[in-house]
Design a binder for this molecule. Structure first.
Ligand SMILES: C[S@@+](CC[C@H](N)C(=O)[O-])C[C@H]1O[C@@H](n2cnc3c(N)ncnc32)[C@H](O)[C@@H]1O
Length: 247
């Protein structure tokens, strides 16, 4: 997935103006507004290079989990005090529970299918304490995805130049992003390519996955950066309902 770009991931999103620390602050606001458990253990699922995890570690006892060994290597090198584990969000088993679990920047889309969406939400819920909160930042819905769009972005640092071009495509309800990178350093210019595939799930499918896992779910249309946010609370009893939908 990120095997070619992991080492440039932070530079790319910094150049795009992604404000991880402001997002972490907003995530904390959602957690504190919904959480009913007393503890402060937090697991960032699909943590990538660990930037949200690091910001959140000012307030919580944080661990990170990701599938991609290269992303984890970057996270571990930058933040040695945080424990990062390798695992798949659909079936990891840490044998412990957390008061908050976050799955941010649309990482949930990488599960691709509705059945794996249910598996991932159920598995994260299994790792939540009673009264704990699950935050999931969604990917696009099927009616929001446009094919044939081409985008470029650049990183322009004195010793590192990157041009990333991407093109959108689609296979059924799976969005496809083809990325081409031209990376220039003093050692030379290299070209590499990655294909990312993310499932396009409807609002109702996200709600359904949270409810099927036994969570009380609400939706905030703005979320951390305009992508929206699903907030699930693990209730004390087995009662499940949608408490609030503000789209
Ligand atoms: C867009 S990046 C987001 C990373 C990080 N959350 C951030 O905000 O920068 C998506 C991340 O999801 C991870 N990922 C994809 N599929 C996964 C899975 N099944 N289980 C765990 N992590 C996964 C990727 O390795 C990648 O680090």
């Amino acid at each position: 997935m990120f095997s070619k770009s992991a080492k440039y991931y932070d530079e790319i999103y910094a150049a795009m103006g992604k404000d991880y620390s402001a997002e972490a602050e907003k995530a904390r606001g959602f957690i504190q507004a919904h959480k009913k458990s007393d503890g402060n253990r937090l697991l960032d699922v699909a943590c990538g290079t660990g930037i949200h995890a690091n910001s959140l570690s000012r307030f919580y006892q944080v661990e990170g989990l990701d599938l991609d060994a290269k992303m984890l290597a970057v996270a571990r090198r930058k933040y040695p005090a945080i424990r990062f584990r390798r695992g798949d969000m659909t079936d990891f088993d840490l044998k412990r529970q957390f008061d908050a679990i976050t799955c941010l920047f649309s990482s949930i889309g990488y599960v691709k299918t509705k059945s794996r969406l249910h598996k991932a939400i159920k598995n994260m819920t299994r790792h939540l304490s009673v009264g704990g909160v699950l935050l999931v930042e969604p990917w696009f819905a099927p009616d929001q995805w446009n094919v044939g769009r081409v985008f470029t972005m650049t990183v322009d640092q004195p010793d590192l130049k990157i041009v990333r071009m991407s093109r959108s495509a689609r296979r059924g309800n799976v969005s496809i992003l083809e990325f081409r990178y031209l990376v220039g350093t003093s050692k030379g210019i290299e070209h590499c390519q990655e294909i990312h595939e993310l499932g396009l799930f409807k609002h109702e499918e996200y709600l359904g996955a949270f409810q099927a896992a036994g969570l009380k779910v609400s939706h905030d249309a703005e979320g951390l950066d305009g992508r929206g946010l699903y907030i699930g609370l693990k209730p004390p009893s087995s009662s499940t309902s949608t408490v609030q939908i503000a789209r």
